[in-house]
Ligand binder design. Sequence first.
Ligand code: GMT
Length: 386
Amino acid sequence: MRVGITCHTGSGGSGVLATELGVRLAERGHEVHFITRETPFRLRGYVENVFLHQVEAVYYPLFQEPPHTLSLAAKMAKVALSYSLDVLHVHYAIPHAVSAYLAKQMLQPHPIGVVTTLHGTDITLVGNQPDFQGITRFCIDASDRVTAVSGFLRDETLRTFQVQRGVRVIHNFVDCERFHPTSNPELRRRFVADDEFLLMHASNFRPVKNIRTLIEVFSRIERQVRARLVLIGEGPDLTFAQTRIAELGLSDRVVFLGNQECIEELLPLADLFLLPSHHESFGLVALEAMACGTVVLASSVGGTSEVVDSGRNGFLCAPTEVERWVGTAVGILQDPARRAQMQLAARETASERFCRERLIEEYEEEYAAAVRQAAAAHVDSTPGRS
Ligand code: GMT
């Protein structure tokens, strides 16, 4: 199939998932066209069957800012025509599903399937804002097929927007060959001494990631056990994190690594991965840590319980329960036998339940269904048919 993929290109989970999906589809023989603002963060090196189409910004003195949604729609339509795309697969509803809708209209009478994958804040923070509810509902309803990355997010979508259509849950996946347990004592020693624990967090440092609690929890853990914290990623709350850590006198216990492409080399080093988000529709980075055999302590909000079975392959706590976070973290750090059991269970969950190939086949089924649906709608609207 010929598939156009659009996603946000930063280090966020929706772009990561879309990129990993595109690369694997290309390896499976599909022709994949990324239609994006920049090269997606996780796209490394040349991949056969993958094409990149950058959406150029249009500047004009009348515009306060370039109208990206329109440029994207125009580019989608152009690429779709030039390469005879079968499907546009957009990740994150706003604004990508709107652009796909426009492109589909522009392409008439050529039919093209539109698949929209909902990731999280496109529904829970952006789409449910009063001004955006109508357009989010519209573009979900206008897509040929809609998927959500967790059952929680599907239910939330149906509840918030009362959309008239089905939403299929296709959980996020992880490449268990790339993300796997490894022991690299030399690299680990660059962050911690042999008698210290290594705690880790990775995110795009947006307010939803609850960085304040992360730092509070770490500062209390650090009073009870010798530990250091490695922070991966960048975003709006990074400066706050740096300031708060300095205020608490923890600067020499925390390492800021910024955005890292090869997170699979870092995640297996950690004794504990912390994800105290206010909200998380799935928690892809938690799954990646689990695939590396790292114990995860995450917020019990949203869809994380579809990944973490608390007490068996990791832990879930409410983001407000700081004392429970600290007690749980210290408890598992001080119990190496239980930690080893959990590391095995985490890896097993990742490889058995979130296997890449099976979930990619589910996306392929959605593409085929979208193409059929678009073709049927096209036949129905052909002049002379009633
Ligand atoms: O933060 C977002 O909502 C954007 C998105 C991203 O690009 O990082 O994250 C969401 O999508 C990920 C991939 O499907 C999920 O693993 C994250 O849980 C989800 N984030 C939230 O729900 C906060």
